[in-house]
Structures are given as C-alpha cells and as structure tokens.
Design a protein around this ligand. Structure first.
Ligand SMILES: [Zn+2]
Ligand SMILES: [Zn+2]
Ligand SMILES: [Zn+2]
Ligand SMILES: [Zn+2]
Length: 274
C-alpha cells in the first residue's frame, strides 16, 4: 500500500508537469491552486490512512463496531491500541505473567530501536519475541467501518448496506468489512476515494470523490469547454501548418519533375544532333 501511495504521488507530480502549458486562463490558475489545496488535504488524510498499514490500529475506530471485551486480547502493550501484526513477547524473565504479552510489530521494532534493544515489558537485554499468527488472523477478521468515513466524523447509521447512500446530499461510505479487506476497499470501491476529473488529459487537475465529481463537471463546464476548445484550435493550427508544408513539398516536387523533363528533352536533342 505504501508503494502504491508513493507511485500515486509520483504520478501526480508528473501529471502536473505534463499539463499543457499553453492553457493560461485566469480560471485555470484559480482551479490549479484550488486543486493543489485539495491535493494537499488529500495527501494529509491519505497519510493518516496509510499509517494503518504500519502502526497499530486506532482502538476507538475498531470499538465502533466491536465490543470492548472482544478486543481486550489484541491490545498492544506499547501503544495501547489494537496490535498490527501482533508479536508475542516470550522472554523467560516474564514466565510468571499470566497474560499474553502482545505488541504490534512496528511498535516493537521502534521500541527496540529507541531503547537499545531493551525489552518493552521490563528493562533487560535479549528480548525474545515471535509472530502470533493466530492472533493476527483474529485481528484481520475484526469488522471495521471505512476509516475515510470515520475521519469525516460520520456516525454509522443503522443502515447495514454496503456502498454509498446520498441522503441529505452528503456523500458517505457505508463500508463495513473485515480489517484485512480494508486496503482493497480503500483502493477500489470506496465511495469517498478521490478520483481524477474526466478532463485531466486536457489539463484539469481537480480530484474529488465520485459524488463531488458530478458537481465539478457541472460547475466547471465552461472551464472544461474552453480547455478542450483551446486544444482543438492548437491542433487545427498544427494541421494547417503541416498542410502548408506538404503543399510546399508538392510544388517543389512538381518543379523538380519539370526540370527533369526539360533535361531529358535537351538530352534527346543533343543525341539527335550527334
Ligand atoms: Zn502498538
Ligand atoms: Zn522481556
Ligand atoms: Zn470507504
Ligand atoms: Zn475538471
């Protein structure tokens, strides 16, 4: 997911540079700054989502759809959130402890790095730990709601259907699914996922949710039309100048033909006089 995100960012930068430079309306400038702001906003929120991949999962977010009793065993002892890639600490020093000693993989690595490889349970060297696959499976099976919806401050309604509902005009994502299926949802069918404006090939850098795209397409109709028109005109100019070049070539060829004819006539004449 991180790699995907990086690619996406790179793509964005490239696309910005490849935007036709000829188009230079005031509106265009306005739109660009607007969409840049949107891009920044989006990058910020995507970054938050991205952190889902590495650090432990936000407990409050998981608690929205799961009872506290069900998540008690998944708590990372370092950050007190839901352990991502749970690791079990099994140093002989803690053998008397009754509970499973669970930490998220990223939290553990960070802790060991920051504390000179000292164990996070009690300060000692040679911390022993291993991945707990059974727990990982259980965490992956937790039901969660769309984090984009969560960040919008949306409360989940009783509505259990998946997909988008557009009541009250605010777009929402009603996704509820397993934690392990979340990335697939976020990068594919999430209705809050930002998509490019249809007129991106003509230079519009607007990115918005599927629902807002309709509004953008309607409100920016003139802007889009001007962009397409500008491109059309510059293409027509190219065609015309190429037509001119080809006409000139044609006349040059004709002149050459005439000269060839003249020369061959002259040759026949000189041959016959000999
Ligand atoms: Zn953690
Ligand atoms: Zn230990
Ligand atoms: Zn979603
Ligand atoms: Zn647009």
């Amino acid at each position: 997911f991180l790699i995907q995100f990086k690619k996406k960012k790179k793509g964005k930068i490239l696309d910005k540079n490849s935007t036709p430079k000829k188009i230079n309306y005031q509106r265009d400038k306005e739109m660009t700054s607007m969409s840049e702001e949107a891009l920044k906003e989006e990058a910020k929120s995507e970054l938050k989502l991205l952190s889902l991949e590495h650090v432990c999962f936000n407990k409050d977010w998981v608690l929205r759809l799961n009872p506290r009793s069900q998540i008690d065993h998944f708590i990372c002892l370092i950050c007190k959130q839901i352990a991502n890639s749970p690791m079990e600490i099994s140093c002989p020093q803690h053998e008397q402890m009754d509970e499973l000693l669970i930490v998220g993989e990223d939290c553990l690595n960070q802790y060991l790095k920051d504390h000179n490889n000292s164990c996070p349970i009690a300060p000692h060297a040679n911390c022993k730990y291993s991945r707990n696959r059974a727990l990982q499976r259980l965490v992956g099976d937790l039901t969660v709601m769309c984090p984009r919806q969560c960040m919008q401050g949306g409360q989940q309604t009783g509505n259990e259907t998946e997909g988008e509902s557009e009541t009250s005009g605010i777009i929402r994502c009603n996704f509820q699914g397993k934690l392990k299926e979340l990335n697939d949802h976020l990068s594919n069918d999430c209705s809050l996922k930002a998509i490019d404006c249809w007129f991106k090939p003509f230079g519009c850098n607007q990115r918005c949710s599927k629902h807002n795209l309709n509004d953008h397409l309607i409100s920016s109709m003139k802007f889009h039309f001007d962009m397409v028109n500008q491109l059309f005109q510059s293409m027509q100019q190219t065609i015309q100048s190429q037509r001119g070049e080809s006409n000139q070539l044609k006349s040059e060829i004709n002149q050459l033909r005439l000269q060839m004819k003249k020369m061959s006539k002259m040759q026949i004449q000189t041959n016959s006089t000999n």
